[in-house]
Ligand binder design. Structure first.
Ligand code: PMP
Length: 440
């Protein structure tokens, strides 16, 4: 591993005052070892670390940076807005514009802005429970919806990466009351019989099914189609047959996999949706929405309470709105083309070194399950990947200036700034990394 003294010093300082030295667990490199790179600046497809290494960024802040870093038009809008004041705790034009853009690109009629994906899913569950008067929810093993108590049960992302520390003792991990966890019913992803069984047993107690629209937090898992019916269509049909709502979490996929998100691919209209990441353009804003009839159950019109001091923040809203306006059809075509090219190159390199692997894809996000010998369609199969092979691959890429997410349970994200040249740099680094994975 390349020495990074400046990051090492910052990490030592950080560990004295911040648990594990990070403000979100996966950043700590627990699964791959080594010192997390402290980032000092970023531009386009690159991040620069505290030691001055310029790295091709395939994390993209875990999804938001779809246009690349420090996009000039987003920065201009942010700076102009911030110069007029940063928070008023009163309505602004910026939040109306962002809400209109979200409504225009998705099947929802109304949206409420919040500050994180976690807040969006937490609020959407309260709304679903408020509308139906029921308490139980159904989620899928390996899906991550933020660190909401009831959604940490069998969760993906960092909970999957750090599984032994966070999630083995009790279903949702220490700190989540058993009574809360008991209201979360879990099925394996893509398993229709398991969903039907849960509804047969608890149908009239279930408020909603919540699913990642196209999962990316156990690595990318593609929703299956059986007898011509998309998995999301099956979920909606099953929920509705029992008076429950179908909630699609598009925090990761929204405005990324198409101009609307996964909805743009499968056309299944959810009752309620959540968004985050891309819609904030790198600022902390997120949203949940649905039909007017459902959303008007929210306070101050309806009785379901939900609020936020910084919700609809003008700087975040303008960053998000500017980002969405710049996400044209050309951007999505470019992202899809670059993603396909990179995936092909990964397969070619791994095959050349005889490394078994599976690549799952959702357009400009994809995952490489190193060591997996057959299709990966759920969390259990995702766990067949080799952590050792991933760590070796990851560090080889990092030493060659390519910044991947530090876990095999996450996805690689591309941006509009990843052009042929940048993708070429990633491709050039692949053979060495494949050789390292082979040896591991
Ligand atoms: N839902 C999904 C699908 C996510 O991917 C994430 C974050 N990775 C969240 C919810 C939580 O969002 P946040 O980290 O902004 O709380």
């Amino acid at each position: 591993m390349q020495p990074v003294p400046a990051s090492e010093e910052l990490f030592a300082r950080a560990q004295r005052v911040i648990p594990g030295g990070v403000n979100s667990p996966v950043r700590a490199y627990r699964a791959v070892g080594g010192t997390p790179r402290f980032i000092t600046s970023a531009k386009g497809a690159f991040v620069t670390d505290a030691d001055g290494n310029e790295l091709v960024d395939l994390v993209g802040s875990w999804g938001p940076m779809i246009l690349g870093h420090a996009h000039p038009q987003v920065l201009d809008a942010v700076q102009a807005t911030a110069a007029r004041g940063t928070s008023f705790g009163a309505p602004t034009q910026a939040e109306v514009e962002l809400a209109e853009l979200i409504v225009e690109r998705t099947p929802i009629e109304m949206v409420r802005l919040v500050n994180s994906g976690t807040e969006a899913t937490m609020s959407v569950l309260r709304l679903a429970r408020g509308i139906t008067g029921r308490n139980k929810i159904v989620k899928f093993a390996g899906c991550y919806h933020g660190h909401v108590d009831s959604l940490l049960v069998a969760a993906g992302s960092g909970v999957a990466t750090l599984g032994d520390a966070a999630s083995r003792a009790v279903p949702a991990g220490p700190g989540v009351p058993d009574a809360v966890a008991a209201d979360t019913l879990v099925a394996p992803y893509n398993d229709r019989a398991a969903v039907e069984k849960i509804f047969a047993e608890h149908g009239d107690e279930i408020a909603c099914i919540i699913t990642e629209a196209s999962p990316g937090n156990m690595g990318v898992i593609e929703p299956g189609t059986e007898n011509g019916e998309h998995f999301n269509a099956f979920l909606k049909r099953t929920a509705h047959a029992h008076g429950a709502l179908f909630v699609s979490d598009e925090v990761m996929t929204g405005f990324r996999v198409t101009r609307s998100g996964q909805f743009g691919k499968d056309g299944v209209e959810p009752d309620l949706m959540t968004f985050g990441k891309v819609m904030g353009g790198g600022f902390p804003t997120a949203a949940f929405g649905g039909s007017a009839a459902h959303m008007l159950h929210l306070s101050p019109v309806g009785g379901v309470y939900q609020a936020g001091t910084l919700s609809g923040n003008p700087v975040a809203s303008v960053a998000g709105a500017t980002t969405l306006k710049l996400c044209t059809d050309d951007v999505y075509s470019h992202l899809d083309a670059m993603s396909a090219k990179l995936q092909q190159a990964v397969t070619t390199a791994l095959q050349a070194f005889g490394v078994p692997h599976v690549i799952n894809t959702a357009n400009s996000m994809f995952s490489v399950f190193l060591g997996a010998e057959s299709a990966v369609t759920n969390y259990e199969q995702a766990q067949t990947q080799s952590q050792e092979a991933f760590a070796a691959f990851f560090h080889s890429m990092l030493d060659q200036g390519i910044y991947l997410p530090p876990s095999g349970y996450e996805c690689w994200f591309l941006s509009a700034a990843h052009d042929e040249n940048v993708v070429g740099r990633v491709i050039d680094a692949l053979p060495k990394a494949a050789a390292a994975a082979r040896k591991a």
